[in-house]
Ligand binder design. Sequence first.
Ligand code: FAD
Length: 449
Amino acid sequence: MASTLIGRQAVVIGAGMGGLAAAGALAKHFDQVVVLERDTLPSEAAYRAGTPQARHVHALLASGLRALSELFPGFAQDLARTGAVPVRVGLDVRVEQPGYDPFPQRDLGLVSYAASRPTIEHTVRRRVESCTNTTLRQHCRVKEVLASPQGEAVTGVRYENGDGVTETIVADLVVDASGRGALTLALLKSIGQPLPAETAIGIDLGYATCVFDIPNDASTDWKGVRTLAQAPKIRRGGLMLPLEGNRWMVTIGGRHGDVPPGDTEGFLNYTKSLRTPTIYNAIRHAKPVDGVARYGFPESARRHFERLDVFPRGFLPIGDAICRFNPAYGQGMSVAALEACSLGRLLQRLGNDGDPFASLAPTFFAEVQTLLETPWSVAILDFASPETRGQRPADFEATLKFGIALTRLAAEDPAVHKLTAEVQNLLKPRNAYLDPALMKRVFAKMTEA
Ligand SMILES: Cc1cc2nc3c(=O)[nH]c(=O)nc-3n(C[C@H](O)[C@H](O)[C@H](O)COP(=O)(O)OP(=O)(O)OC[C@H]3O[C@@H](n4cnc5c(N)ncnc54)[C@H](O)[C@@H]3O)c2cc1C
């Protein structure tokens, strides 16, 4: 289908996963797209200051791979060429969860790739750079989103360039993909509009990560291992995934103050204390490639832009600026890419509209709301720990029991296993579980229990 142009210039704040994916979607609908990034953007896949989370495991869900391939056709092949490791969902990562050590390993016919976050981001960035109507400007720190005198519309942004000089750029659409979304909140305050309500789930996650060379005698039964905690008794969990360059990245973590140490010996000892010894046994004699990186993640947080009555025209937040998820579930990059796809389809539809910007924000927020329901329902599972802060849903016990029975069914039945993997990979919405025949089987399992 031919793309419809809806404006002259779009400006994206931030060249992280949300900003790059958004740029891919916008390029088909604007004459020019400019991405402003405060960091130096490395020419190779490398860590950078603006995304400190990149030093930790970044699992790309099958939906994220699919969304990035929709925005950048051939993306999966690009990623494969970097040495990213193909991962067959359900088979290649040994999942250890209470009652199933391991969960039955099956090839469910879904594939993603395991790679470092810098490699995933760099692969997307190269695609954005190759887009003739898109410019990436590094060393540009956005200071302010600019609005019209009455505040009803956004007109551009003011930023500081690498020489410390303040510049402004006009735009028909500004997308805030700066992660924190502080610029969005500052804009709403400055034009006297209400801020979005926020739902938070406090988990105080302490993360530590170390990269190892994969030893020659590594197990061939799996490529990675996920060892889950057992809330509320055991707070510690770990995820080890392969990376390009024959390495493993191992991220371990605890909740509510159970923070892993920042030195290699302490890291190994903490790994030894996980619920099962699989990850420890795999890395105990492996060579660390560099030191231990740590990260503190206080809470999952969702901003309810969809509930606002008014929102400035020509402006949208995306990615973490809307919703940040417990990173242990590996959802953020994929959700950002899915939001960008949703934005692209919306722009295509609105292209024939007389005034596309009039309904852009409310329609986008409504569609994002639907998209967030499934990943947020996973974030809510953190209420299994009594120390979790926030509004525990009234029906939480029933949700937990349903989940336990569904897991038992999935262990027995490959078709149910596949369905749960599709939901966890955000390929299907959670309400796929409401199929009457499936519900009957789940309720039967609940009765058995
Ligand atoms: C420890 C940890 C582990 C994670 N693991 C996973 C995982 O396994 N799988 C997964 O899918 N997700 C994971 N995530 C989430 C993922 O990192 C984010 O959800 C994703 O990067 C969101 O993209 P974004 O564009 O919103 O933000 P980011 O990717 O963080 O990008 C924001 C960008 O904006 C730039 N910026 C900020 N302010 C300005 C400014 N004023 N001017 C110009 N530029 C600016 C920053 O430098 C940065 O480049 C993890 C997160 C954490 C914290």
